[in-house]
Design a binder for this molecule. Structure first.
Ligand code: DC
Length: 228
C-alpha cells in the first residue's frame, strides 16, 4: 500500500498496546515510529537519578534548567539513550512508571518533549504514540486513532510484559498503578489525555494484533481512497 507523507497519531490509555500497534503500522507502511512516552520516561529517570523528584512526587523547579543539557534520543533497536547510555530497560521499570505521570504533568517538561517530537518528525511519514499527539502535539495529523481496552485486560498485558522481562511484578499493584496514571493523565491541567474529536476509537480488548492492523489499514485506505 503506497501511503502519502502523513503523520499517524496513536493516543489512548496506558497499556492499551499503543506502541505495539504503532510499531506494526510503521513496519507495514515503512514509516518511522516515535514513542513519546519513552521521552517522558527518560526525563523521569533523569529526574530520579539527579534528585529532581522526591519520593512524594514533588518536582524541583531546577529540573527546568537541567533539561537544557539532557541528551535523550532513540538509537539502535529504537532503544532510548540518555547521554549515550542505553536506558531502555530502566525507563520501563515500575520505579519510573510510578513517577512518570507527575513529571509528565509539568508544563515545561511537556514543552521540552513536544519540541523534540517536532524536530524528530520534520520529514513526515511518522507514526507516533502517546496521550496528546492528536490533540496538542500534531492537531493536524492526517490519521488519528484513540485506543482503549478494559482495565483488567490492560493490567494483565502490562504484568505479562514485566514478567517476561524478568522484572518482579504484582498484578494488583500493576492495576492500581495503571488506574492512577489514567486518572492523573486525564485530569492534569496541561494537555490532558482525551480523544480528539476527529480520532477513530479502537477498543482492542478482544482483538488480535492482525485484526488491529487490518482495521488501521482499512481506515487509511478508506481515508485516502487507496486500493491495494
Ligand atoms: O505510553 P507510556 O505508558 O510509556 O507513557 C508514560 C507516561 O508518559 C504516561 O503515564 C503518560 C505520559 N505521556 C504523556 O503524558 N503524553 C504523551 N504524549 C505520552 C506519554
Amino acid at each position: 500500500m503506497t501511503v502519502p507523507d502523513i503523520i499517524i497519531a496513536v493516543d489512548g490509555y496506558s497499556s492499551t498496546g499503543k506502541s505495539s500497534l504503532a510499531k506494526q503500522i510503521a513496519r507495514s507502511l515503512g514509516f518511522t515510529y516515535l514513542d513519546s512516552g519513552a521521552l517522558y520516561r527518560g526525563v523521569t529517570l533523569f529526574a530520579q537519578r539527579e534528585g529532581y523528584i522526591s519520593p512524594d512526587n514533588t518536582v524541583s523547579d531546577s529540573l527546568q534548567a537541567a533539561l537544557d543539557s539532557l541528551q535523550l534520543f532513540f538509537g539502535e533497536g529504537n532503544h532510548c539513550f540518555m547521554d549515550g547510555e542505553d536506558v531502555e530497560e530502566q525507563i520501563r521499570s515500575m520505579s519510573v512508571s510510578s513517577q512518570v505521570s507527575p513529571i509528565a504533568a509539568v508544563p515545561y517538561v511537556r514543552e521540552w518533549v513536544d519540541c523534540r517530537l517536532h524536530s524528530l518528525s520534520f520529514s513526515g511519514r511518522v507514526v507516533m504514540d502517546g496521550r496528546d499527539i492528536g490533540t496538542t502535539v500534531f492537531p493536524n495529523a492526517e490519521v488519528k486513532i484513540f485506543m482503549t481496552a478494559s482495565d483488567s485486560v490492560r493490567a494483565k498485558r502490562r504484568y505479562d510484559e514485566l514478567v517476561s522481562k524478568g522484572q518482579k511484578a504484582d498484578l494488583t499493584e500493576v492495576l492500581e498503578n495503571l488506574r492512577q496514571r489514567d486518572w492523573i493523565d486525564s485530569h492534569r491541567e496541561t494537555s490532558p489525555l482525551r480523544r480528539a474529536e476527529d480520532a477513530f476509537v479502537l477498543d482492542n480488548s478482544e482483538m488480535t494484533m492482525e485484526e488491529e492492523l487490518c482495521w488501521v489499514r482499512g481506515l487509511i485506505q478508506g481515508k485516502f481512497g487507496i486500493l491495494e
